[in-house]
Design a protein around this ligand. Structure first.
Ligand code: S3P
Length: 173
């Protein structure tokens, strides 16, 4: 048996890719891969430090290298960083080896979730609540075209976690 194509979760910061991904992987008996965590492990420093020491472009290159490395992975749920789909043709690569699922939420919901979870995210760590809302709204607009390249889209505002993992399974398996 070759194993099954991985499922890659796509979407903005704070949409819930990590919690959903862990739950889904557990239900399927698959491994869970978080691109941010894997990059941190490989580099030996956290995302904040990577941005501080090497800059965003370097981080985007690390993300791209990781996407290429993941091409042969099977039976895995992959939670991708919120910006990963928008650089270096990563969506084309992801679509070539994974089943890609865009988890979609409105800017208001995302902002609400992110306001107490900014400190580990370099792009928003310094923003006040008002600035955060503007940033999320603007970035979401810029990124939507990339996110919509995913093969499936789930309106994550509408459903509870349980239902979303069920929907992902019914679409992808
Ligand atoms: C980023 C999202 C983060 C992380 C980095 C940059 C982004 O991942 O990769 O802080 O550009 O949206 P999460 O989506 O898991 O927060």
């Amino acid at each position: 048996m070759d194993g099954s194509k991985p499922i890659a979760l796509i979407g903005f910061m704070g949409v819930g890719k990590t919690s959903l991904g862990k739950k889904l992987a557990k239900q399927l008996g698959w491994i869970f891969i978080d691109t941010d965590k894997l990059i941190e492990q490989k580099q030996g420093i956290n995302i904040m430090q990577i941005f501080e020491k090497c800059g965003e472009n370097h981080f985007r290159q690390l993300e791209h290298n990781l996407v290429l490395e993941l091409k042969s992975v099977k039976n895995a749920v992959i939670a991708t960083g919120g910006g990963l789909p928008c650089f270096h043709d990563n969506m084309i690569h992801l679509n070539s080896f994974a089943q890609t699922v865009y988890l979609k939420k409105e800017a208001d919901q995302l902002t609400n979730h992110l306001k107490n979870k900014k400190s580990t995210r370099p792009l928003i760590a310094q923003l006040n609540e008002h600035q955060l809302h503007d940033y999320v709204e603007q970035k979401l607009k810029e990124r939507t075209n990339f996110y919509e390249l995913a093969q499936f889209c789930i309106d994550a505002d509408r459903y509870a976690l349980e239902k979303i993992t069920f929907l992902i399974q019914s679409k992808t398996l």
